[in-house]
Design a protein. Structure first.
Length: 386
């Protein structure tokens, strides 16, 4: 998969010196996260390697998820390449962490599900009772879905809804989402190839053959922790718990298994963990990125220290679980953006928190041009708003 090995040593840094002041700490924190997340100096040229490095990529916004991978590649690719990778099963899109959509590699699906599925099912129990979905109903729906998909056909959501209805299982309202989601959690369904603009489901066994030797639980916990801290560090244990949905004891066990390979840094009552970085890493001033909604740079942390001014929090997250596409400059969120896609071009509309300098404007324009290149169209900048 092209992952880089992590060094087997630990170095604990405690708060002294100018670099450990509040501003210096945040600057170093964000710079290191940009590198770990492959936003600065990306190391991979293939979408599957980016997904493998990150472990899982938030994907409820499908278009945004494709861009989240594309902007982390060392070589610029087109959106069509991402669509092919998902369509042919090189990358899967299915419910995993926190029962939300994720992009994940096929070889990682089964051991990740074994870790997280029991807690996901337990957390959804109350909502399932409200929807009159009990264990017997899920067993019946799983049998219906498994029989239908065994021939290798990819079914749309509406087709599966009709199939369940014919079997006497009502897919009304939210029930369908939970019936299909439970079949994913139970390792029956995975994403299929899109049919036009419609998403489809396939049988997981056709996309991911069963492993003869399942990954032992202790190794799986360590592997999930390794993926998280190598790609998102510096990060807290609480961040890892939030992102993975693991219990405190499981998250701690995963971290302890790899702790000797990480650098830890103590700030007050918090201990941050990260993989080692190359010596004398150059920081890129005025580096701008247009992040999609729900990007891992924001959503992967419970504590988002220094990422944005708290006064602007509502402009970034207006409520309802939506985390808007964000403009980041040198690691900090400086505004939000949206796209207006036309036949021949894409207009990028900005809502910036403050007036950018001419140099910052040029950096923003370069980031917008890269997004247009990903879509395969020209970029047109709409006037920035304050």
């Amino acid at each position: 998969m092209g992952r880089r090995d992590l060094p087997r040593r630990i170095e604990t840094v405690r708060g002294d010196g100018a670099a450990r002041t509040g501003k210096g700490f945040v600057t170093a924190l964000l710079a290191r996260r940009l590198l770990a997340q492959q936003l600065a100096r990306p190391a991979f040229a293939e979408p599957r390697d980016v997904v493998g490095w990150l472990g899982a990529v938030q994907a409820q916004d499908y278009a945004g998820a494709k861009w989240a991978v594309g902007l982390r590649l060392s070589d610029h690719i087109a959106e069509t390449a991402m669509e092919r990778a998902i369509g042919d099963g090189t990358i899967l899109r299915m419910h995993l962490m926190r029962w939300t959509w994720q992009l994940v590699l096929p070889q990682d699906v089964r051991w990740m599900l074994a870790l997280i599925a029991p807690r996901l099912v337990a957390r959804a129990a109350r909502r399932h009772r409200e929807l009159d979905l009990d264990a017997a109903t899920f067993r019946k729906s799983n049998r219906v879905l498994e029989r239908a998909l065994r021939d290798g056909r990819h079914w749309t959501r509406d087709e599966l809804a009709a199939l369940l209805d014919q079997a006497g299982i009502s897919p009304a309202k939210e029930r369908l989402s939970h019936l299909l989601g439970r079949a994913e959690i139970d390792a029956i369904l995975s994403s299929g190839a899109r049919r036009g603009k419609q998403f489809t489901y396939a049988h997981l066994d056709h996309r991911v053959p069963s492993q003869r030797t399942p990954l032992p639980r202790e190794e799986a916990l360590a592997e999930l922790a390794r993926r998280y801290f190598q790609s998102r560090g510096p990060a807290l244990l609480a961040d890892f718990m939030w992102w993975s949905g693991l219990s405190a004891s499981d998250a701690r066990a995963g971290l302890e298994a790899i702790r000797s390979s990480l650098v830890s840094e103590v700030r007050g009552s918090d201990t941050y963990f990260r993989a080692e970085l190359p010596p004398r890493v150059a920081q890129h001033k005025d580096a701008c990125h247009l992040l999609p909604a729900f990007d891992e740079y924001l959503v992967a942390y419970r504590k988002r220290e220094g990422l944005f001014d708290p006064d602007h929090a509502k402009r970034l997250n207006a409520g309802g679980g939506m985390l808007n596409p964000s403009v980041i400059l040198d690691g900090r969120v400086i505004g939000t953006w949206r796209r207006e896609l036309a036949r021949a071009d894409v207009a990028i509309a900005m809502d910036l928190f403050q007036t950018p300098t001419p140099k910052e404007q040029r950096a923003i324009a370069r980031a917008a041009k890269r997004f247009g290149s990903f879509l395969g169209v020209e970029t047109r900048m709409a006037p920035a708003r304050r």
